[in-house]
Unconditional design. Structure first.
Length: 334
């Protein structure tokens, strides 16, 4: 694995928890909607014996020099709902779409060159000075997000990449008349928004989108090694003695993009909320895709909620444990 510009430290460290929950969503309406578009996957528990063979998605020296980007969901207070930071789905989706756009762009391109060869990510003419410049560009850092625009959930507000994705994926139910108190992004809306995005980019015939219920670890391992874009949906699991946690928090879920995987039972993620391996105080720095924190966790196959997911991460951030309930997989058609 050669990653010339990689600025990450790959080791697990438990981060202090200062923010309670990322994406609060009441589950009932989601379950109804999500069942419309789900595919069951094998739930076999893989053998995790053998050598530690890590596999990371390739890096692209033009715009994804560290492999999977690690954009941040805490860039603008307008991205919060009343329940907290809630942009994990569009941000994790932005990681994957940016990675594919980099793959299909000029390998010698640079952020700010003003050239856009592939329409998965376009130049949205952010109002601030091009960063890094000299030209406004699809891969300029402030084309990911510019702090001169904010987001109010309408189509015209917040005009850069992540804010546009949030509107497409109906984050916080911004395009719905119902559920105004609900924040986050359902699987149904994530899939529908991604489909709309691909269609509007004219790429609907180039990509597949799958939602896998209870994906096995070996299934994710296999798909990663086929260079597919994988988002995981994690549901939080709190120990039974932590009764001080409000019940609503126990219904929260979160999305991450997978950066790498080890057959020996480890996973490396671009987490929109946390930067464990490479702590970063300024969330906007990660709009430079060469700066990432690929957080590594050991997984466990004795799930506390086997009806929801067959594998889980017992040491996810501080006081948190997460069960992997779904995968959203974006892949190129043959
Ligand atoms: Ca460009
Ligand atoms: Ca592009
Ligand atoms: Ca903005
Ligand atoms: Ca992160």
């Amino acid at each position: 694995m050669t990653k010339k510009y990689k600025l990450i430290v790959r080791k697990s460290v438990i981060a202090p928890a200062t923010v309670l929950v990322i994406c609060f969503v009441l589950l009932a309406p989601n379950i109804i909607a999500e069942r419309l578009h789900q595919t069951d996957a094998p739930t076999d528990v893989p053998s995790i014996q053998g050598e530690d063979d890590w596999y990371y998605l390739p890096s692209y020296s033009n715009y994804a020099p560290a492999g999977m980007p690690d954009f941040d969901q805490k860039q603008d207070t307008s991205w919060q709902s009343r329940w907290g930071w809630s942009f994990c789905a569009p941000v994790a989706l932005a990681d994957v779409l940016w990675w594919f756009d980099s793959k299909h762009s000029d390998p010698n391109g640079t952020p700010g060159d003003g050239i856009d060869e592939y329409p998965l990510v376009s130049n949205y003419n952010a109002p601030g000075s091009p960063e890094p410049g000299p030209s406004a560009d699809d891969h300029a850092f402030n084309n990911v997000n510019d702090d001169e625009t904010t987001w109010d959930g309408t189509a015209g507000s917040g005009k850069e990449f992540i804010e546009r994705l949030a509107w497409y994926t109906n984050t916080n139910f911004c395009r719905s008349l119902f559920f105004p108190e609900i924040s986050g992004t359902t699987l149904f809306n994530l899939r529908r928004g991604t489909t709309m995005w691909l269609r509007d980019a004219g790429l609907q015939n180039q990509y597949n989108i799958e939602i896998i219920t209870k994906p096995s670890f070996s299934f994710i391992n296999e798909r990663m090694r086929q260079n597919q874009g994988v988002l995981l949906r994690l549901i939080f699991s709190f120990p039974s003695d932590m009764n001080f946690i409000p019940k609503i928090a126990k219904l929260a879920y979160h999305y991450v993009a997978v950066a790498g995987i080890s057959s020996n039972g480890f996973i490396s993620v671009s987490d929109p909320e946390w930067d464990v391996a490479n702590p970063c105080k300024d969330p906007m720095l990660h709009n430079n895709a060469s700066i990432v924190s690929h957080d590594i966790y050991q997984v466990n196959f004795t799930s506390p909620y086997p009806h929801l997911g067959s594998w889980w991460i017992p040491t996810y951030a501080s006081h948190r444990r997460v069960v992997i309930t779904h995968a959203v997989i974006i892949s190129e058609k043959e």
